[in-house]
Write a protein that binds this ligand. Sequence first.
Ligand code: ATP
Length: 297
Amino acid sequence: MSVTVRVPAKVNVQLAVGGARPDGFHDLANVFLAVGLYDEVTVTPADSLRVTCEGPDASQVPLDRTNLAARAVEKLAARYGRRADVHIHIAKDIPVAGGMAGGSADGAGALLACDALWGTGASRDELLDICAELGSDVPFGLVGGAALGTGRGEKLRVLEVGGTFHWVFAVADGGLSTPAVYGEFDRLHAGVDVPEPVASGVLLGALAAGDSAGLAGALSNDLQAAALSLRPSLASTLAAGGSAGALGALVSGSGPTTAFLVPDEAVAGEVADALVASGTCRAARVAVGPVPGAVVV
Ligand code: ATP
């Protein structure tokens, strides 16, 4: 018997970053939107814990105990006093190290899959606690939809969304390390008094109203300058999507994926074609959001 969970990627429509705290983390106001690019995580009883992965970026995914899916399963097993004896297979469609929380999605997906396989009876809050221990972006993989993350980003408040937003994602060659991007953020802000991160009322209003043009005008990512500093070529990708008809554009999370908000499906296709033709990205993917979080399929 196996259990498969489908879990979406995310884009941060706002990522407000505070100054470095004494513990090295940053306080965030992080508005997550789950978008329809998915990994599928399948767990099957086995003699011992094993991870396999398929997909275009599979060679970049660690198959040892550092894989977030393996760590999630080990945490759940420890909590319920059982062995983590499953084969975890990840069918990976979310770009790796792309700022779309693919590893976090797999952590949430594996947790939900094993919870169903083992019938632990864990409450939703218990699962969310384990997610938060795994990483700041993991709880959102379970919750999906749209949410405001505060603290390190792991304290979630579900947000109402009044419509469907159309996106194009330009997948870059190679990844960017999230710690390296935060390091560059700190370097760029050395000696600067960084303000407290707050969610934008205009942005939350546009989400609630399903207003694409309003959301496009309010998109913001405080990590964008750091990602562009480490990967200057992303400026050409942003420009290419902008001139092809996107309403707004930003670097997704810590990058290097760039995200383009478009008015409808037809323009999404045009912007995707133009991005590929521009030669400034490896691939372009079309997706809508919000979509639900991790679900057993
Ligand atoms: P975020 O948006 O949360 O910063 P990301 O999308 O930039 O994350 P991930 O795809 O989550 O990046 O991968 C970041 C790193 O995490 C990878 O380079 C890899 O070493 C490690 N990793 C651990 N588990 C996984 C997994 N299941 N899938 C992909 N990467 C994983």
